[in-house]
Design a binder for this molecule. Structure first.
Ligand SMILES: [Zn+2]
Length: 409
């Protein structure tokens, strides 16, 4: 799909604009800027901070594939504008809709729309971003997702991976092999529990980290497709072996069995993230791992226990995507789940919230001593970048990915 389900579905439902909120004092905000929790020390009050001071704050932007398709001239101008606005981190897509955004993958075909611009666009873009001092993270947008089609009735493919290995297809409670979202179409994914699926995801992501000079790995969709997945044969067998319970659609009417299944789903994904982290450590020692994640009230439904990933050291930095106006309670609830507030940032939608609200959310994240912010997504952010510089980003900050030693090439 052209736009991420995570990012848009809840915005479409919940993004009721609250209108402009009071402009805050930039220096006050900077003083309380939250940072790693360890580096947030004494920034003196009521002074303009010199750029050389080690203010550390992740200020990221997800670059959507639709941004990439606009071409090099657009992207260079965007990098310059983001740099001038004192942003410091880019999340570049490497895996979406069953395609990778670089040539020569052993696991998935290259995005044909990228090839129309330049088949080596990604390596060029990372180089240009590094010249400007950005931290560049590999954004694995689709996670276990393998394919999207507007119409599964006329398009029989499940993507290159599942066309070869259909037994890995994730299945919902009614036996459907896809997630159908009427506005956008049909989404296929691999079973996140099956070790064979996990091996493919690990191989794919570590391949990208080896062939492209990224500074960090940014996970996305590290979860089940939705609350009604996965009921594949592998999951039924493993759930029975692990718990003694049967896995079928009647589980939703049995509170005890349902609670067991929800805990089991979280444990499966957490174990996978641990495996992935070990593989990243082998492929690129010292590389931080970050993740775009669901917020507090959705973790059971998605099987996504990112607070546990942080506690176990599998993840360095989590960014709950809280994409609507007036989201403070959800931001606070999500941040409260993290072992340290500096280990969590806020995903803010520049596509769905007015600029005044976006600035307010940045200030709120700082007031709560969170590690930074990440914006969805490049094109709408550019329209408010100058405003955000004036309001909340008057001076540069060091990029941050949950570790103090995050290095930028
Ligand atoms: Zn399954």
């Amino acid at each position: 799909m052209n736009l991420n389900f995570n990012r848009l579905f809840f915005c479409a439902l919940m993004c009721a604009a609250t209108g402009p909120l009071s402009a805050g004092a930039a220096v006050d905000a900077l003083r309380s800027a939250a940072v790693s929790g360890e580096t947030a020390a004494a920034i003196p009050p009521d002074v303009q901070l010199p750029a050389a001071l080690a203010l550390t704050e992740s200020r990221g932007v997800w670059v959507d594939k639709s941004d990439l398709y606009k071409g090099k001239e657009y992207l260079l101008a965007a990098l310059d504008q983001l740099k001038a606005a004192n942003l410091n981190t880019l999340y570049l897509p490497i895996w979406h809709k069953g395609w990778v955004t670089y040539p020569g993958s052993a696991y998935a075909p290259a995005d044909p729309d990228m090839a129309k611009v330049d088949v080596k666009l990604m390596s060029w873009l990372i180089d240009e971003a590094h010249k400007r001092g950005f931290m560049v993270q590999a954004w694995t947008e689709y996670g276990f997702g393998t394919y999207h089609t507007p119409n599964a009735l006329t398009d029989p493919s499940r993507g290159a991976i599942l066309d070869k290995r259909p037994e890995l297809t994730s299945v919902d409670k009614d036996g459907r092999p896809y997630e159908h979202i009427p506005e956008w179409g049909y989404f296929y994914s691999m079973c996140p529990v099956n070790q064979a699926s996990q091996d493919i995801v690990i191989a794919l992501f570590t391949e990208a980290l080896k062939v492209l000079p990224f500074d960090a790995l940014n996970l996305d969709r590290m979860r089940f497709a939705n609350a009604n997945f996965c009921f594949c044969d592998h999951c039924k067998k493993k759930f029975r072996e692990d718990t003694g319970y049967e896995l079928d659609s009647s589980i939703f009417d049995d509170p005890e069995r349902l609670a067991s299944w929800r805990a089991w789903r979280k444990a499966q994904v957490t174990a996978f993230v641990g495996r992935l982290r070990a593989a990243v450590k082998d492929a690129r020692p010292g590389m931080p791992v970050t993740a775009a994640v669901w917020y507090d009230t959705e973790l059971d439904n998605m099987g996504q226990d990112w607070p546990a990933w942080l506690r176990k050291g599998y993840l360095d930095f989590a960014v709950p995507m809280v994409y609507w106006s007036g989201n403070d309670a959800t931001v606070d609830g999500s941040a409260g789940l993290a072992p340290a507030r500096g280990k969590v940032g806020v995903g803010i939608s520049a596509a769905d919230c007015p600029k005044e609200e976006v600035a307010r959310q940045v200030r709120h994240a700082r007031a709560k001593k969170m590690g930074g912010v990440a914006f969805w997504y490049l094109n709408p952010l550019l329209g408010m970048a100058d405003y955000l510089k004036a309001e909340v980003f008057p001076t540069p900050a060091q990029p941050y990915a949950g570790t103090r030693a995050a290095k930028v090439k």
